[in-house]
Design a binder for this molecule. Structure first.
Ligand SMILES: Cc1cc2nc3c(=O)[nH]c(=O)nc-3n(C[C@H](O)[C@H](O)[C@H](O)COP(=O)(O)O)c2cc1C
Length: 202
C-alpha cells in the first residue's frame, strides 16, 4: 500500500514578535483535518541554521556544516511543503531565503503550496517564492491562501482586533481547501514519479 504523503508546514518568519505562528497553526490544523497526510510544523526558529557558508549548494558537493546537513535531512524527509509566508519589503523573509538556499536536492521534484499574509496577502513575496521554487525544481500549486486587507488586520495583533483565525474562515477557507487539494494532487504525482525514476535508476 502507498504510504501517506508527509507534508511540512514551514513557518518562515522567526522574530520574537512574529504573527506568523497564528496562520501556521491554523493551516496545520486544516491540513491535519484531511486525515490522509502526515503533517508537521517545521518552525525555522527552532533550527540553528547559520547564514549560508558552503563552497556550493548540495547540488554540487555535500555541505560541511552539520547544521546545514541536519536541515537537509529534515527537508528530505517530506514529500511536500506549505510555506507560511510573511512579506518583508515585497519579498520573503531573509530567514526563509537562507533556509531555501541551505538545501537543493532535498527540495527537488516536490510540490508546495503557500499561505501568505500582509496588506496584500504577501502576493509579491509569494511570487518571488514561486520563482525560487522553479530553480529548486519544485512544483507550485496554482492556488494559495492570501490573508490580506481587512482580514489581515482583523487577525493581526497590531490591527487591535486580534481575532481568532476562525473569524476569517468565511473568506479564506475556500482558498485553503483548493490549495490543499492541489497540493495533494501534485504531491502524489511527484511521489509516484520519484518512485518510478528511482526504480528505473536501480
Ligand atoms: C522588515 C519588514 C518589512 C515589511 N514589509 C512589508 C511589505 O513589503 N508588505 C506588507 O504587506 N507588509 C510588510 N511588513 C508588515 C508585515 O506584513 C507584518 O509585520 C507581519 O506581521 C510580518 O510577519 P511576521 O509578524 O510573521 O514577522 C513588513 C514588516 C517588516 C518587519
Amino acid at each position: 500500500m502507498t504510504r501517506k504523503p508527509r507534508i511540512a508546514v514551514i513557518l518562515g518568519s522567526t522574530r520574537d514578535s512574529r504573527f506568523g505562528a497564528k496562520p501556521a497553526e491554523w493551516i496545520l490544523a486544516q491540513a491535519r483535518a484531511r486525515g490522509d497526510w502526515e503533517v508537521d510544523l517545521v518552525d525555522l526558529k527552532e533550527y540553528d541554521l547559520p547564514l549560508f557558508n558552503e563552497m556550493a549548494s548540495n547540488a554540487w558537493m555535500p555541505s560541511s556544516d552539520p547544521r546545514a546537513t541536519a536541515w537537509q535531512e529534515t527537508i528530505a524527509s517530506y514529500d511536500g511543503y506549505i510555506f507560511v509566508v510573511a512579506e518583508y519589503n515585497r519579498s520573503i523573509t531573509g530567514a526563509l531565503k537562507n533556509a531555501l538556499d541551505q538545501a537543493y536536492v532535498d527540495w527537488n521534484r516536490k510540490a508546495f503550496g503557500v499561505v501568505g499574509y500582509g496588506a496584500l496577502g504577501a502576493a509579491r513575496a509569494v511570487e518571488h517564492l514561486r520563482t525560487i521554487g522553479i530553480e529548486l525544481q519544485m512544483a507550485s500549486t496554482r492556488s494559495g491562501v492570501h490573508i490580506a486587507g481587512a482580514d489581515f488586520f482583523a487577525v493581526h495583533p497590531l490591527g487591535q482586533q486580534n481575532k481568532p483565525m476562525s473569524a476569517i474562515e468565511g473568506t479564506i477557507g475556500a482558498s485553503a481547501n483548493t490549495m490543499l487539494a492541489e497540493l495533494d494532487w501534485w504531491t502524489r504525482a511527484t511521489m509516484a514519479a520519484r518512485t518510478d525514476a528511482q526504480a528505473k535508476a536501480a
